[in-house]
Design a protein around this ligand. Structure first.
Ligand code: GUN
Ligand code: FE
Length: 420
């Protein structure tokens, strides 16, 4: 065993092996070999005694956060134009902003700042949209890889119903996507993901080609689904041959044929939920965005009860913050409002929300988001500054989630390497 490949962290270790409860190991050792967790021990086993210990005694060690839906290119747009609803917000703010990503200097500045903020906030894995631009999408891959983050990165595809300065030629869009797939498939940390923005900005030919690329490269897929009632009506007009929105994606092999993320999933029929479950499509809950754009409340309890896998997304820039603890809180708060309106929707609990932002979302990346043996060592060290007096580790964690800031994260590890 090469000495440098062993990583030992000591502290109060907390994670959610399932959605019901936090598991707490007080004053214990988290041992990873080659970036993969081997075991948690109350005392250091003899074979590791000579090795360096990263001593975080009295601090918390928790899994890194997973953001399953965010737009790197909208980082400089946070907080702007949020009195609009989705389609006006896209036309007035987002499309003009994304148009700037033809400029590599601008793109590079925004993507570097985006990566810095992801790391600061304790996000160690993310599924990220770039823009339609091939060259600056490549920049985003390179920036995240250099920073040591785990990510799926999507060059956006759009060949219809968007401004001319973003509208792609269909064949060129497919070709650019294939170039990226060829370049980044097989990278261990930063992987490509096929990203038709959403059905309304895609022609049938584009979606057909993207579905074929997904199968050819066994590549993941991400898009938006059933976020806003105007959007849903528009999809009905554009694709009258399909009864429901999700069937448009499904028809083109973009709905679970390969691992698939669908953001929002607010206004879904029971049939659509059943189809998500059957096709193992992950619904990404983006509560901050849904409030900001008045999109509605995702019926997260109903999706979970239906057996649909759920993760959490910041959806920056419709969401205004990359903080996954804040995203957890908003998911919980929205679920409580939903419960107040319709009592049968039981609210999310804190361990459930934590699970969604770690092991639940992490499952899209493989064995990520937990501290069980075989999982990638993605970890955060949370210091005491957010805590009060005489608090148990679990109370400190609650306090951090609700009131913590980036300054309370003392160290960050992704795939066994210290980052930031
Ligand atoms: N639907 C299509 N594009 C977008 C986007 O950029 N953000 C959100 N929230 N929804 C979308
Ligand atoms: Fe989005």
């Amino acid at each position: 065993m090469a000495e440098q490949s062993v990583l030992i962290l000591k502290g109060n270790i907390i994670f959610t092996p399932d959605a019901r409860n936090f598991k707490v190991y007080r004053d214990s050792y988290l041992i990873a070999v080659g970036g993969v967790i081997r075991e948690i021990c109350p005392a250091l086993p003899a074979q590791y005694q000579a090795l360096r210990i990263h001593d975080y005694t009295n601090q918390l060690i928790i899994p890194g956060f997973v953001d399953l839906h965010t737009h790197g290119a909208q980082f400089n747009q946070r907080g702007l134009g949020l009195d609009y609803k989705l389609l006006d917000w896209l036309n007035r703010y987002t499309f003009p902003e994304e148009g700037k990503f033809s400029d590599p200097d601008y793109a590079s500045r925004v993507y570097e700042a985006f990566a810095s903020e992801l790391i600061a906030q304790g996000t160690t894995r993310a599924a990220v949209y770039a823009t339609v631009h091939l060259s600056t999408s490549r920049l985003l891959f390179a920036v995240l890889a250099r920073r040591g983050l785990g990510a799926y990165v999507g060059k956006v595809n759009m060949d219809a119903n968007c401004p001319d300065f973003l509208k792609e030629d269909t064949a060129k869009s497919l070709q650019a996507t294939e170039e990226i797939l060829a370049e980044w498939t097989g990278n261990s940390l930063v992987k490509p993901i096929i990203t038709p923005r959403f059905a309304p900005t895609s022609t049938r030919v584009l979606m057909d080609g993207l579905g074929k690329l997904a199968i050819k490269y066994d590549a993941a897929v991400q898009s938006h689904l059933a976020e806003n009632t105007g959007e849903i009506e528009w999809v009905r007009e554009l694709f009258p041959e399909h009864r429901e929105y999700h069937q448009v994606y499904q028809h083109y092999h973009l709905f679970g044929r390969t691992p698939t993320l669908m953001a929002h999933c607010i206004h879904l029929s029971d049939n659509a939920m059943e189809s998500m479950k059957e096709n193992q499509v992950i619904a990404v809950h983006c509560p901050d965005s849904n409030m900001n754009l008045s999109s509605g409340i995702m019926p997260v309890r109903k999706l979970l009860n239906a057996g649909v896998k759920v993760g959490l997304g910041s959806d920056v820039g419709a969401g205004h913050s990359l903080s996954m603890p804040q995203t957890m809180i908003r998911a919980i708060q929205l679920s409580k409002i939903k419960h107040a309106l319709e009592a049968e929707h039981q609210p999310l609990t804190l361990p459930e929300a934590f699970y969604l932002a770690t092991k639940g979302g992490g499952s899209f990346f493989g064995r990520v988001g937990s501290f069980e043996p075989g999982y990638a060592l993605d970890a955060l060290v949370i210091n005491d500054t957010a805590a009060g007096w005489d608090m148990e580790p679990l109370e400190k964690l609650q306090r951090f989630i609700y009131t913590g800031t980036t300054a309370d994260i003392a160290a960050r590890y992704a795939a066994g390497r210290k980052i930031g």
